[in-house]
Design a protein. Structure first.
Lengths: 709, 154
């Protein structure tokens, strides 16, 4: 009996010990798993920080296996990141980061859905290092762990910061590099969410809707409400215009500069009739402009869709694009000599679709591929698009520097001088009154920086001679033979420097050829810039047309999510009739509308059926040029002037943005328009208002451990 | 007599089982402190790297490849009457293209190290962390560390 009682008591002790031991061990293992999961999540944070510091635009979108070693494996897939970290004992732990909204192609995050690595938790990371404005941090509470327009957005990610939400998982995982996600629901989970910010960013670049490294000149036709209006979409940020030189507004209404913001010029003045609420300050040479380097701009991938460089010409005859493998200047020369040459049928990539007569739709980013002869892209009409009205027959009243556009017709003794092949492009023909010996005018040959196929004659009165007198002197036969070529003429090899006009030496200015037109002899093609349209279809993600040389497009350029980048000039002729907008996302490259390492030139003239007019031009986004910006939307000789509306910001940097503004001597802004509406919209800026320093640090400003769904 | 013999055998077996169970309990009891020691040790050493205390710690860490710290040279840790040995490895993480992760060509400033800590107690290091009747008396802790300033809670 005693033995039995003793046995029962001992058995109870042993049973208790047996049940407690594994329980203790189990609890210990759970603690270890929690800590391993915590460290995995923290490892994910460290990985993310390293990637962000290497590439401030990083969003888990390298789309490759970034680390592939025996004890560490990391893969990125369209914004989602999965990492496996192995301990020395061989156990894998896992971290997962998701920037992807998992809401389909593009949409709110501008990313395609991940193809391999879906992360099914609600914690979305946000990179706002160069967002320009605070960015909301959403929770993925939609179907399939997606972020929707109604998803909760519990807080915002401030400027210069990134939110990293990382799920760590450890203990009995079956994830391997071959299957990095593993089976769902396994292991212990800890989630860390941290908000890290670049410290000590100091003073931001002073905001401005327009920045010009040189003078800014706006010419407005007289009229009510004809003015420059400068506003800011963000009430907290000043509506400002900055120039390293001067800002001049001429013409327009009695008040021709309307703004309650600020103007900064080198001498703290504004040459305009401005509203009383405007502040003036001095722009110092060292004050920085927004810096947007070429490598920060989204460009089309040369390995993606491509279009051969060259000249594409719309013909009315077959309503088709004809292709010529040559640059624009060579094409003009060629087609004038061979006006019926059809070239070859244009071959367009699938990213550029002809939709109707003379309309092109760009649905994917397209890169202009240089050929052996050119790296420029030109899309034009057969007769060319006018940049201004033709010179009148008498050339009277023309401005002193207006081009006579190669329309000088001469005969007699003058012919050898004006048409001599010995004549230098930049020669100047000085003309004197043979009776008095006084200089009257000069004819300077100018090929306009190579933009025109033929040298042009520029007519310039000299000294105090009025335009009227000089013109009359130039043209009035009753004054013959009183004018002479002066010996001060330069650029002429011809020995004769005293050619005297006589009755046989008639000279006149013909009418009809407007600057910019090509007019192949015998061709009466009626297709005009107003018939052409190029539409960008980048509703959700940016569609970029990139050229390694110039971009010369004719017709309306419209659409959303459209961007053009050129290593040379961007020339948009006949532009207008619609709006071209980039994307106002936090990702800085998406905000760029036009980016040129050369100049940006806009001209909205149309000449349908011989009636000249200018269209309105509306851009939304960032227009950035290393050179000058010019918008020709009005002319004294044309009644219908166009207006210019820019929402975003315009920067005429005047040089490589890695150097100081104006380092190449350019950066002027010149606008002729009926009205100019500059609305500063920082949502397109990205991080332009500050440049992240090299090797910047990221400091935590909040840290949440063990976040629960 | 037979019954007494059988009862003795049963009792001895139960005693043996009890002793084994108590050892298991002892291991479980020690696991908690060991976990804390591992966690503290790793955090403390990384903190010293990030703050370069003592001077030269940061440089030594980022120059390390393989063993960075070893208790045989760095000193053992005694906690709760238990002596702990440890070794910490620090290896630079390479991108799949072969260059250090976060860099263009291995330049300092944004490298990433994988830090592995192995902790032993009850003098089991020489036996790869095993002790008869108690199984594994060893813990590992692994963490990535970015060369930038730490994202630790403020």
């Amino acid at each position: 009996m005693i033995s039995i009682v003793l046995s029962v008591v001992m058995a109870m002790f042993v049973g208790a010990a047996l049940s407690l031991g594994p329980a203790h061990l189990g609890a210990g293992a759970l603690t270890i798993n929690q800590l391993d999961a915590q460290r995995a999540a923290e490892s994910g944070v460290e990985y993310g920080l390293s990637q962000l510091r290497k590439n401030p635009d990083w969003r888990g979108n390298e789309n490759r296996i970034t680390v592939n070693s025996p004890d560490l494996f990391v893969q990125e897939d369209n914004g989602n990141v999965v990492g496996l970290v192995r301990t020395p004992s061989g156990e894998w732990s896992q971290f997962k980061i998701r920037f992807n909204y998992q809401d389909g192609s593009g949409n709110g995050d501008g990313l395609d859905d991940p193809t391999l690595l879906r992360v099914d938790n609600p914690f979305v990371s946000v990179n706002n290092l160069r967002g320009g404005v605070p960015a909301e941090v959403p929770r993925a509470d939609g179907a399939g762990w997606s972020v929707t327009s109604t998803s909760r957005r519990p807080y915002t990610c401030p400027l210069w910061s990134a939110c990293l939400a990382v799920e760590g998982r450890a203990g009995q995982l079956d994830a391997t590099p071959a299957n990095p996600l593993g089976s769902p629901g396994r292991g212990t989970v800890r989630t860390v969410e941290t908000l890290c910010q670049v410290p000590d960013m100091g003073e931001l670049v002073d905001d401005a809707g327009t920045m010009a490294a040189r003078e800014m000149q706006v010419s407005l036709p007289p009229g009510k409400d004809h003015a420059v209006t400068v506003t800011s979409k963000d009430k907290g940020r000043l509506a400002s215009v900055r120039s390293k030189a001067s800002i001049n507004v001429s013409g327009g209404d009695t008040v021709n500069y309307v703004s309650s913001g600020e103007v900064a010029t080198s001498d703290r003045t504004l040459n305009a009739r401005y509203t009383s609420g405007l502040s003036l300050r001095q722009e110092k040479p060292i004050d920085p402009f927004y810096q947007l380097a070429w490598d920060q701009v989204k460009t089309a991938n040369p390995a993606g869709k491509t279009l051969d460089a060259g000249v594409y010409v719309w013909w009315e005859q077959d309503k088709a694009l004809h292709y010529y493998d040559m640059n624009y200047a060579d094409y003009v020369q060629h087609i004038r000599n061979n006006p019926t040459d059809p070239g070859v049928p244009a071959v367009l990539p699938s990213s550029i679709k002809p939709t109707s007569n003379y309309d092109l739709q760009i649905v994917e980013s397209t890169y202009v591929k240089a050929t052996a002869t050119t790296d420029d892209l030109s899309i034009i009409t057969r007769t060319g698009a006018p940049l201004d009205v033709p010179p009148p027959p008498a050339a009277g009243g023309r401005a002193a520097t207006d081009s006579i556009a190669g329309d000088v017709m001469a005969s007699g003794d003058l012919v050898p001088v004006l048409t001599s092949t010995n004549q230098a492009n930049n020669g100047q023909l000085d003309v004197i009154d043979s009776a008095t010996g006084q200089p009257v005018f000069s004819l300077a040959w100018d090929n306009l920086d190579g933009q025109l196929a033929d040298p042009q004659a520029r007519f310039s009165p000299v000294g105090n001679v009025s335009e009227y007198d000089a013109t009359r002197f130039f043209l009035d036969p009753s004054l013959y033979p009183k004018w002479q070529i002066a010996s001060t003429s330069t650029g002429y090899v011809q020995a004769s420097s005293t050619v005297t006009m006589n009755a046989a030496s008639t000279m006149r200015v013909k009418s009809g050829a407007a600057p910019g037109t090509i007019n192949p002899p015998g061709i009466s093609d009626q297709v005009d810039a107003s018939d052409l349209k190029i539409e960008f279809k980048g509703d959700q993600s940016l569609v970029v047309l990139s050229s390694p040389g110039d971009l010369r497009l004719t017709g309306a350029v419209t659409g959303k999510g459209g961007s053009m980048t050129a290593a040379g000039d961007i020339r948009l002729v006949g532009v207008g009739s619609g709006q071209l907008a980039s994307l106002p996302t936090g990702d800085q490259g998406d905000g760029v509308n036009l980016y040129a390492s050369g100049n940006v030139f806009l001209n909205s003239m149309t000449a349908k059926n011989g009636t000249y007019g200018f269209r309105d031009v509306h851009f939304k986004g960032v227009i950035y040029t290393w050179g000058n910006f010019s918008a020709h939307l009005a002319s004294p000789a044309v009644r219908d002037a166009g207006s210019l509306k820019l929402e975003g910001t315009l920067i005429a940097y005047g040089g490589d943005p890695k150097q100081a503004p104006g380092s190449n001597g350019r950066g002027a802004v010149s606008v002729q328009a009926r009205e100019v509406d500059l609305k500063f919209d920082p949502s397109y800026l990205g991080g332009l208002s500050q440049v992240l320093p090299a090797n910047f640090q990221l400091k935590p400003i909040s840290w949440n451990t063990d976040l629960k769904p | 007599m037979l019954a007494v013999g059988l009862l003795s055998i049963v009792l001895l077996t139960l005693v043996a089982l009890t002793i084994s169970t108590l050892r298991s309990n002892q291991k479980a009891t020690l696991l908690g402190p060991a976990t804390q020691v591992a966690e503290t040790l790793l955090s403390q050493r990384i903190y010293q790297v990030e703050n370069d205390t003592p001077a030269g710690t940061r440089a030594a860490f980022w120059a390390a490849s393989g063993v960075w710290l070893d208790s045989t040279t760095d000193g053992q840790i005694v906690n709760g009457g238990v002596t702990y040995d440890y070794v910490i490895y620090a290896n630079t993480v390479l991108d799949s293209s072969g260059v250090p992760l976060g860099t263009a060509a291995g330049e300092p400033g944004n490298r990433v190290k994988k830090v592995d800590l192995i902790l032993w107690w009850y003098d089991t290091r020489a036996q790869q962390g095993t002790r008869k009747g108690m199984g594994k008396l060893e813990l590992q802790a692994t963490k990535l560390v970015n060369e930038s300033d730490p994202p630790t809670p403020p």
